[in-house]
Design a protein around this ligand. Structure first.
Ligand code: NAD
Length: 262
């Protein structure tokens, strides 16, 4: 059984920066043809250009994962470019650090829309494409250790990531008969811009310092002694996109340096 992703056509959402960018670069380095999909068209194209400059195959496309028409267009453009879709990484997500009783209905909807509904739509549209191709295919969702335990001050974020774990299990049950593998990755504390509130659009000006404190607090007890780098998620991503994981579905793999032991 091969762990190769050579030639596979793979979409990674939220790949303009951070974890998604690292996953996409790792997949391209391993020989996959990747679509860098992000709501930020500039970072999507910049990431794709960097991959091409390094000798890989990549295109950058703008997408909003909360918009079904946009996701359908993304998959259609991928198939037009690469002839098929082999794997879909539903990675785009947003975070917000807020005390439990300060979370508003708007905060809730915003986080749930991107992190949970975006993954729902991604699974639905990718699975339709896989079934139209005759079955098979890989779906990999980015959940979090916050999808395994509820964290404060991240209650709504945690709820959205529990939803990703649930969607992963339910979709595995729905699409197993089509030989579609649906799994999730649960990163721990990863040093990315997500913790800096860049581009998140939340209006609470006081959050940046609290974000930094939360990041340091969460990093303190990691068994392997450091916060994660985005490229720590590459190995498991290549595996989940390869034939090596063909007999694995419905799983949410914790890759956190040793924070949550289950
Ligand atoms: P990031 O903020 O650095 O990158 C997220 C990317 O998603 C950005 O490029 C952003 O433009 C894009 N994006 C946001 N909303 C989008 C939308 N509606 N449609 C398309 N793209 C959109 O964050 P990151 O740390 O790389 O996080 C990536 C994923 O990993 C998220 O799902 C996040 O919840 C998860 N995660 C992060 C950590 C961490 O500590 N950084 C830990 C566990 C899980």
């Amino acid at each position: 059984m091969s762990n190769s992703v050579e030639g596979r056509a793979i979409i990674v959402t939220g790949a303009g920066r951070g974890i998604g960018r690292s996953i996409a670069e790792g997949l391209a380095h391993a020989g996959a043809r990747v679509v860098i999909a992000d709501i930020d068209a500039t970072t999507a194209e910049a990431t794709a250009a960097a991959i091409r400059d390094a000798g890989g195959q990549a295109i950058g496309l703008a997408v909003d994962v909360t918009d079904r028409a946009s996701m359908r267009a993304l998959i259609a453009q991928t198939v037009a470019q690469f002839g098929r879709l082999d794997a879909m990484f539903n990675n785009a997500g947003i975070a917000q650090v807020k005390q439990f009783n300060d979370i508003t209905e708007d905060d809730w909807h915003r986080v749930m829309d991107v992190n949970a509904m975006g993954v729902l739509i991604g699974i639905q549209e990718a699975s339709k494409q896989f079934i139209a191709q005759g079955g098979g295919g890989k779906i990999v969702n980015t959940a979090s250790i916050a999808g395994k335990q509820g964290y404060e001050p991240l209650a709504h974020y945690s709820a959205s990531k529990f939803a990703v774990v649930a969607l992963t299990q339910a979709a595995a049950r729905a699409f197993g008969k089509h030989r579609i593998n649906v799994n999730a990755i649960c990163p721990g504390v990863v040093a990315t811009d997500m913790w800096k509130l860049i581009d998140k659009g939340f209006k609470d000006e006081g959050l940046t310092q609290r974000d930094n404190e939360a990041f340091e607090g969460f990093s303190a007890d990691i068994l392997l002694g450091r916060a994660s780098r985005p490229d720590d998620l590459v190995g498991v991503s290549v595996f989940l996109a390869s034939a090596g994981s063909d007999y694995m579905t419905g799983q949410s793999l914790v890759v956190d340096g040793g924070m949550v032991l289950i």
